[in-house]
Design a protein around this ligand. Structure first.
Ligand SMILES: Nc1ncnc2c1ncn2[C@@H]1O[C@H](COP(=O)(O)OP(=O)(O)OP(=O)(O)O)[C@@H](O)[C@H]1O
Length: 474
């Protein structure tokens, strides 16, 4: 073992100090020696043989091979990550499936849930609040009592509130959208679980009774919170109404403008951090808006509604010329990829091409425009009214999506003081998100670049969050 470590250390030192190939050979020998001593020699021997073959090559060929391997590695690990994508598809997804089965998450049935009030309806599904029936409890299936029954269970130990989405039956395309949303939720749960609502799985109704239709599919999430960002934004006291959820009482002594600034900054940081995680795995949400950001009781913003999302790592849910569902937050380019981009090829080919597509088109910038519009809306009450928002859309289009020009010419007289504090860093960020793309389809900040913007650097929101945590834990 000591000899093996010595070989290793020497090898690494040589390889690092003079970049010598002998150093690498020495490392392999170290592995071989270790394996010898444990009886597992084969892999290291093969490595050594390969290396010997490689070192016999003329210098020119060696450099070529090294260059190709390095280039291949960079390509395969570049965004959106072909290599990690292959691991995800062939290793992580089957493992997730096994774990779900073991935990019973994939084998839900109709009688596991109590369906409560209807809280929303989209184009392909109807959303209900509900609860998981506590273990060992028989559900009384009498209709009309369901809503009351949720509250009846509320005090019980294993009570768990859920959100149920009923995929519409007999509506064209609804079934396909349901399948897509399920696929994206599983994918997001593997890639960025803290960025989205906790997806519990799905079930198919076995009979037609109450809200259930035989054969109809239902998707289930953990109930993350009572309100979305849109609900908070509708209130007159926004953003103050989020102060205690996000920071406890730590902002109480601050100047009101500074307080509003910190709340908005924290929301932006949460939203853009989630977008960064999602984009780094190749997914573009395509429907980022306040009503698709749910606020948990712990003050975390989570993304919901992946019905319009597209995974450009494998071309999932990408249909050329299909735009965004909600035109209010849609960027001027309308589509994530140029309209002439063809239908995606089969998944493995699409995956291999994805770094190229990503580098050429930066599809993630699509969501970043929506994030910028949300920032403006949070900053100015005039842009939160339906009439004001519609006027904003017309005015910004008229000035070619140049936000600075819009501010000089707008008739809305928006109060954007909260973006002007701290030497106008918030306003500067807004101008770099709400803009047209340049000639190379760039020019708008990506999520990673936005988080490096001075607006977020040394952000007082982080200090206040820490302070609120310390205060709470006392
Ligand atoms: N996990 C969750 N926790 C709490 N509330 C949720 C959750 N998921 C969804 N909701 C609530 O349900 C509403 C509708 O959900 P969702 O946006 O997924 O459905 P939809 O059918 O696409 O509706 P829409 O087209 O109106 O967006 C959300 O606005 C939110 O209020």
């Amino acid at each position: 073992m000591t000899r093996c470590s010595l070989l290793f250390v020497e090898g690494v030192a040589n390889a690092v100090s003079d970049g010598s190939l002998d150093g690498i050979q020495q490392i392999i020998r170290g592995v071989a020696f270790l394996n010898d001593s444990t009886g597992l020699t084969e892999v290291a021997r093969k490595g050594l043989e390969l290396y010997n073959e490689y070192s016999k090559l003329p210098d020119y060929d060696r450099a070529g091979l090294l260059g190709t391997t390095l280039g291949g590695w960079i390509y395969l690990t570049a965004r959106p990550g072909v290599l990690i994508g292959a691991l995800d598809a062939y290793v992580f997804a089957p493992v997730q499936d096994l774990v779900n089965r073991a935990l019973g998450r994939r084998s839900w049935k109709r009688t596991d849930f109590i369906v409560g009030e209807r809280i929303g309806e989209g184009s392909f599904g109807t959303v209900f609040a509900g609860a998981l029936v506590p273990r060992g409890v028989e559900v009384d299936e009498a209709l009309g009592r369901r809503r009351r029954r949720i509250e009846e269970y509320e005090g019980s130990k294993s009570f768990k509130k859920v959100i149920l989405k009923k995929v519409k039956v007999g509506v064209q395309g609804a079934e396909e959208c349901g399948e897509m949303e399920e696929w994206f939720n599983y994918r997001m749960r593997r890639a960025a679980p803290d960025a989205c609502a906790d997806f519990l799985g799905s079930f198919t109704a076995d009979t037609t009774r109450g809200p259930f239709t035989e054969g109809g599919k239902w998707l289930v999430w953990k109930y993350e919170g009572d309100s979305t960002l849109a609900d908070f934004m509708k209130a007159r006291d926004f953003p103050e109404n989020l102060g205690s959820v996000l920071f406890g009482g730590t902002l109480n002594k601050k100047d009101p403008l500074q307080r509003r600034g910190l709340i908005i900054k924290k929301i932006m940081r949460e939203m853009i951090t989630s977008l960064k995680k999602m984009h780094s795995t190749g997914i573009v949400h395509r429907d980022v808006k306040p009503s698709n950001l749910v606020l948990t009781n712990r003050g975390k913003l989570k993304l919901i509604d992946f019905g319009a999302a597209t995974d450009l790592r494998v071309g999932k849910n990408y249909v050329p010329e299909r735009g965004m569902l909600d035109p209010d937050y849609c960027p001027p380019e309308l589509f994530v990829l140029p309209e002439k981009t063809p239908e995606p090829p089969p998944e493995p080919v699409a995956a291999l091409l994805s770094p190229l597509i990503w580098q050429l088109n930066s599809p993630d910038l699509f969501d970043m425009y929506s994030a910028g519009v949300i920032l403006l809306q949070m900053a100015s009450v005039n842009l939160r009214t339906p009439v004001g928002f519609q006027s904003f859309k017309l005015e910004i289009a008229e000035v070619g999506y140049d936000l600075k020009k819009w501010r000089e010419t707008t008739k809305l007289r928006p109060n954007l003081d909260v973006l002007d504090i701290d030497r106008g860093r918030g306003w500067d960020l807004a101008t770099k998100l709400v803009c047209k793309r340049g000639v190379l389809r760039r020019g708008r900040l990506s999520a990673a670049a936005a988080l490096r913007h001075p607006y977020f650097l040394l952000g007082g929101d982080q200090a206040a969050t820490m302070l609120s945590k310390i205060t709470l834990s006392k």
